[in-house]
Ligand binder design. Structure first.
Ligand SMILES: *[C@@H]1O[C@H](CO)[C@@H](O)[C@H](O)[C@H]1NC(C)=O
Ligand SMILES: *[C@@H]1O[C@H](CO)[C@@H](O)[C@H](O)[C@H]1NC(C)=O
Ligand SMILES: *[C@@H]1O[C@H](CO)[C@@H](O)[C@H](O)[C@H]1NC(C)=O
Ligand SMILES: *[C@@H]1O[C@H](CO)[C@@H](O)[C@H](O)[C@H]1NC(C)=O
Length: 462
């Protein structure tokens, strides 16, 4: 079954118009609208959940300085997860009828459709994966993007915002796939000498490997405009080769790491640090209001230099020190479910906007779900919760409690309000000492990071 093209076009327009919101500037702060992108939508929801778990396993290992699982291990995880699907579901694709769900309750499905439409001006079906080797072990299917300007004359580039890395790059016009250098990097905006008169190539090599994908090229300097602030001589990367996941992404032209400067492979100031060095902002603060699409498409924004006090309840504000690591890792004081405190094994939380789920040490995931009415352990080792759960799961940081929105306790319900859905809280295969706290939690709060002080600030989002 096909979606009517007109409906898809409407949804796409609704999403793209988010970028039309103005940039805000006040008191040394700059606010850019952000919107959410979603990819790999043709996968069964359980397998998308596993992609997120794979990514989480890798990120938590990286943050601990451990090697982490291999690609083969992650693919095996996907195969294993598929083996638990019922015979009628035993496919790597979601049934086409899933596309017809109204999805008012699901961020993912609305934006999936928008991205699909971007790819299919014709009525073609999404490409179907027939077996696990056709599926990326890590989906990286939840990204937030913003628009910045580069070069002379100034042109728009849509970039993925990633709080788990520290490099900024866009594709160069000689960009090829790292697996097949006869293929270009998709229909994107590219940067080069040819397109920008202020472009200076330093001819220094640079490369980065992410959980899902890689990019490599040279360091250049050029003009970067962030929310109207002109950084005349910013150093960043142009990618001469990227992995398929970046090339096939129809909307993003590059990626901006918003993690701590210590994470920079390029060994150059991050854009946020450059804004401080240039005097546009006072502190290397990055603050997020992450959008939940079905609430209101227009709330998403990132603010550099401070906190946008129209987006949170100031009486709930708390700032917490982090451990000394490239990631933001505060102490997690505790978790309550419907008011009852749990005894936890995990002591710290890696805060990451690029992670979709909240992932708990195995034993703690069991303790949390034991208190959620109707939650069940699946054969896969992951949990389901009732699609209409109203449980209140709250995390405590700096002595203050912040509750997850019950809508976010459900991973990609596809609009279902009866039966069981995959839990938005994943279980690590091991009893790690750290939680990985992603969007399941972060959509309920205003979240701010301070690179200079190595702190995070949280408040209840409004
Ligand atoms: C991609 O870039 C890296 C680093 O510059 C290089 O080692 C590799 O050979 C390149 N791959 C292709 C296919 O060009
Ligand atoms: C590339 O994308 C632009 C808009 O994003 C579109 O106008 C153009 O037709 C596309 N080109 C191709 C070859 O698909
Ligand atoms: C731009 O920055 C680079 C590296 O930080 C420096 O070597 C160069 O002199 C600067 N150029 C200008 C015009 O400021
Ligand atoms: C946080 O760290 C700062 C200095 O790094 C210190 O002065 C302060 O007491 C710490 N706060 C807490 C609650 O530990």
């Amino acid at each position: 079954m096909q979606f009517p093209a007109s409906l898809l076009a409407t949804i796409t327009l609704a999403l793209l118009s988010v970028d039309a919101r103005p940039v805000k500037r006040s008191n040394g702060m700059i606010t850019l609208p952000i919107r959410k992108l979603q990819r790999d939508s043709n996968l069964h929801v359980e397998l998308r959940h596993q992609q997120h778990m794979n990514r989480a396993e890798r990120l938590v290992a990286r943050a601990a300085g451990l090697p982490g699982p291999s690609d083969a291990q992650l693919s095996a995880n996907l195969e294993r997860r598929a083996s638990f699907l019922s015979p009628s579901e035993k496919r790597f694709n979601r049934p086409s009828s899933d596309y017809l769900l109204p999805s008012e309750d699901s961020d993912s499905d609305i934006s999936n459709l928008a991205v699909e439409n971007d790819d299919t001006s014709s009525n073609s079906r999404p490409v179907l994966a027939q077996k696990s080797s056709d599926v990326q072990p890590e989906g990286n299917d939840a990204s937030y993007v913003a628009t910045v300007q580069l070069g002379t004359p100034s042109r728009d580039f849509v970039i993925i915002l990633d709080s788990g890395s520290g490099d900024f790059w866009v594709e160069s016009d000689v960009c090829v796939l790292d697996t097949d250098n006869s293929q270009g990097c998709g229909n994107h905006s590219f940067l080069s000498e040819a397109s920008s008169s202020s472009f200076v190539n330093t001819h220094k090599d640079w490369s980065i490997t992410y959980g899902s994908g890689a990019a490599a090229g040279e360091l250049v300097t050029d003009t970067l405009v962030l929310g109207g602030m002109v950084l005349g001589n910013h150093t960043f990367g142009v990618a001469h080769n990227v992995s398929q996941s970046f090339a096939s992404d129809r909307i993003a032209d590059g990626l901006m790491g918003l993690g701590r400067g210590a994470l920079s492979n390029q060994n150059t100031p991050t854009p946020v640090q450059s804004l401080v060095n240039a005097g546009f902002i006072k502190q290397a603060i990055t603050s997020y209001r992450l959008p939940r699409i079905h609430d209101n498409v227009d709330v998403g924004e990132v603010t550099f230099g401070g906190l946008d006090n129209t987006k949170f309840d100031p009486s709930t504000l708390v700032t917490v020190n982090c451990t000394d690591n490239g990631f933001y890792i505060p102490v997690l004081d505790g978790i309550t479910v419907n008011g009852a405190s749990l005894t936890l094994l995990g002591t710290h939380a890696i805060m990451d906007t690029g992670t979709s789920l909240l992932v708990a040490p195995k034993q703690d995931a069991a303790a949390i779900h034991a208190k959620i009415p109707g939650a069940k352990l699946q054969n896969s080792g992951q949990y389901s919760v009732p699609c209409n759960t109203a449980a209140s799961v709250a995390l405590k940081f700096g002595g203050k409690e912040f509750a997850i929105n019950p809508k976010d306790l459900v991973f990609a319900s596809g609009g279902r309000t009866t039966g069981d859905c995959s839990s938005g809280i994943g279980a690590f295969t091991d009893d790690t000492a750290r939680f990985l706290v992603g969007d399941t939690f972060l959509k309920a709060v205003y979240f701010s990071t301070n690179d200079g002080e190595n702190t995070i600030t949280l408040a209840k989002a409004i």
